[in-house]
Design a protein around this ligand. Sequence first.
Ligand SMILES: O=C1O[C@H](COP(=O)(O)O)[C@@H](O)[C@H](O)[C@H]1O
Length: 236
Amino acid sequence: MVEEKFYPDRERLVLALANDCASALQLGIKERGQAAFLVSGGSTPKPVYQALSKRPLPWPQITVALVDERWVNKTASGSNHAFIEDNLLQNNASGAPFLGMKTPHATAAEGEADCQQAYGELPRPFDVCVLGMGSDGHTASLFPHARGLQEALDPQSNQLCRAITAQQSEVTGSHTERMTLTLAAILQARDIKLLITGEEKLRVYREALLGSDELEMPVRSILKQGLKSVTVYWAP
Ligand SMILES: O=C1O[C@H](COP(=O)(O)O)[C@@H](O)[C@H](O)[C@H]1O
């Protein structure tokens, strides 16, 4: 249940994804007066968030919440909280309520219960979830062979958030300690969107579609779950 929306250039991709997110959020608000927008970090979605921030949506009714976070304070480099504040929660979107994942706890494992409680208070089903993917096949902070990954990939779990310790790699850098939405939480989104750009990520995406080992390429757990449709947005 993967739908591919492939575009000839990034400008058209950004416009299409911003339009699709805006429509889905408006639909959620029309139906129940509020919406939950789950957002990933990373370099790829930046222009989409910047475009969305200028849209005249009823932002005070849209709770923006992180898909994942490095276990760093907002002032440290790599903070997805800061990234979303700087790129999405600007302009018209500056009044949107925001839910981050980092708690004052020293470790992600210690912060897990608070995170779980806070995410449990979001409107569900979530309306839109924008995921990214790394060249190692991770999505959210579901990293290959990470500690905590197996539990995070249980589609029947009641757990929405999970502490993850990724293996150090070129992709993670020193940010191995993370909090992530679980697969079960992501599957509670009505609209799951996977955003990738460039030939290398297209190759990784196709490799993920061919294989079945989710611990090796966790993005497979999203692409191959067979419960919910996923839309893949790509441009060179
Ligand atoms: O570590 C992360 O990386 C992925 C992909 O990022 P990108 O820079 O290659 O677009 C992102 O989806 C995730 O939220 C982030 O924590």
